[in-house]
Design a protein around this ligand. Structure first.
Ligand SMILES: *[C@@H]1O[C@H](CO)[C@@H](O)[C@H](O)[C@H]1NC(C)=O
Ligand SMILES: *[C@@H]1O[C@H](CO)[C@@H](O)[C@H](O)[C@H]1NC(C)=O
Length: 422
């Protein structure tokens, strides 16, 4: 969301009001709020942290107020009855302000009324990565001192939510530990091993769609996958579509269709990325280190629907059977592969599609030949195709093509698919 006209209008209005009061002569002019911004550091200045705490409030989401001590907080727009969101950025290779942070703050304040505090540790986060890492403990201690000031103002530990990005995620975890696990929520973006109550592995967690896949792309190669977490979270805050994920032992098992619901361990609620409390999971106590998986598109708003796709062979085969399945809607296609192991009847997979299931009007099949290309393969198979939208809590709700599908190797077969919108 680019800076909208709403914000500019707001500022113009404020200025006019101030001018008219000032010229009347009988009241001292209210000072214009002084907005503070992130610092910028030269390279190799990574020893002194020079931490700034910048408060942003809903009535003026683009104006940071510097809040160091308790008196600053009391004279600022800080409201102890609201929740507090603390944002911690990561390593800054060039010592500059993070490009995503203004939008992040604005979107967060649009999504909810809260005290949003951005931690500027640009000075400590630049230089060589190793020196930034060394500053993590120092910064965590400074942040916990600051949070203690909030607690003195009557803020409850449970109303504090830390959002940490990259190296800032490690800081978030450490601050959480300093408070003995009593802080309300910690959202950290970007680590491979499960460390939270719920750990989201988006597209398996490594390479992200739409990011360069080779090293010559330079810095964007390194940073694109990594920063996708921030853009996903912004999209979740904008609430345009649900980023729902499914618990599974591995990404491979998820893609193979082995994890279709959230019953274990979440009963029936599937976790979602975003502000919804506990990710929408309604069980107490929360289980720990649950790996959950989802697929996304390559650009905002990223969400995809996930469908189980199944093929049941009429006759057993003594070879693995691979079928490429494609869903077509008026303007989008998505593909997936079903493998039926030899001597088994039943194969399945996960299809991710950007359009809702009921907008898909056609399904295409291609039985992949296992013979060498120069030998014409006349093998045919017959089977039944079914699909269901995840989470599949009730297999009765599967939709199957009414007639068996007859497939010859390497020949594409297309069928109409009619699924009612719910
Ligand atoms: C603080 O927030 C609460 C809840 O939104 C609101 O009722 C109250 O008026 C706010 N206080 C101030 C001083 O703005
Ligand atoms: C596809 O069409 C639907 C409905 O007309 C529209 O909402 C959607 O934005 C389109 N998607 C793309 C990728 O063009």
């Amino acid at each position: 969301m680019p800076p909208g006209p709403w914000e500019s209008c707001f500022w113009v209005g404020g200025l006019l009001l101030w001018l008219s009061v000032g010229s009347s002569g009988d009241a001292p002019p209210t000072p214009q709020p002084k907005c503070a911004d992130f610092q910028s550091a030269n390279l190799f200045e990574g020893t002194d942290l020079k931490v700034q705490f910048l408060l942003f409030v809903r009535s003026n989401p683009s104006c940071g107020q510097l809040v160091e001590g308790s008196s600053d907080l009391q004279n600022s727009g800080f409201n102890a009855t609201l929740g507090t969101k603390l944002i911690i950025h990561g390593f800054r290779v060039l010592g500059t302000k993070p490009s995503w942070i203004d939008k992040f703050i604005r979107t967060l304040l649009h999504a909810m009324n809260a005290n949003v505090i951005a931690v500027d540790w640009i000075y400590g986060s630049t230089g060589v990565y190793f020196s930034a890492v060394k500053n993590v403990i120092k910064l965590s201690l400074e942040i916990s001192l600051f949070l203690n000031k909030l607690l003195m103002l009557g803020v409850s530990e449970s109303s504090i939510h830390i959002i940490g990005v990259s190296l800032g995620a490690h800081v978030g975890g450490m601050v959480g530990q300093l408070f003995g696990g009593q802080l309300g929520q910690i959202t950290d973006l970007g680590i491979r091993i499960p460390v939270g109550h719920v750990d989201y592995f988006v597209n398996g967690g490594q390479d992200q769609p739409g990011c360069p896949t080779f090293f010559y792309a330079g810095y964007s190669y390194l940073i694109c996958d990594h920063m996708r977490a921030v853009h996903l979270y912004i999209s979740a805050l904008e609430n345009s579509c649900p980023l729902m994920a499914f618990p599974c032992a591995s990404y491979k098992a998820f893609l193979a269709g082995h994890c279709l619901d959230c019953f274990n361990p979440f009963l029936l609620s599937c976790p979602r990325i975003g502000l919804v409390e506990q990710g929408g999971v309604k069980i107490e106590p929360l289980p720990k280190e649950v790996k959950v998986y989802l697929l996304t598109t390559s650009s905002a708003p990223y969400c995809m629907h996930h469908s189980l796709v199944e093929f049941h062979l009429k006759e057993l085969r003594n070879k693995d059977t691979n079928i490429e399945v494609t869903f077509l809607s008026s303007n989008v296609t998505s593909s997936s592969k079903i493998t039926i192991p030899k001597q088994q009847r039943h194969g399945k997979g996960i299809m991710a599609h950007a359009t809702p299931q009921c907008q898909i009007n056609q399904v295409k099949f291609k039985f992949q030949s296992s013979n060498r290309v120069w030998k014409k393969d006349r093998t045919t198979i017959i089977g039944k195709f079914c699909t269901a939208l995840l989470p599949v809590n009730d297999r009765e709700k599967m939709v199957c093509l009414p007639d068996p599908v007859n497939l010859q190797a390497s020949v594409t077969v297309s069928r109409d698919l009619k699924i009612a919108c719910v």
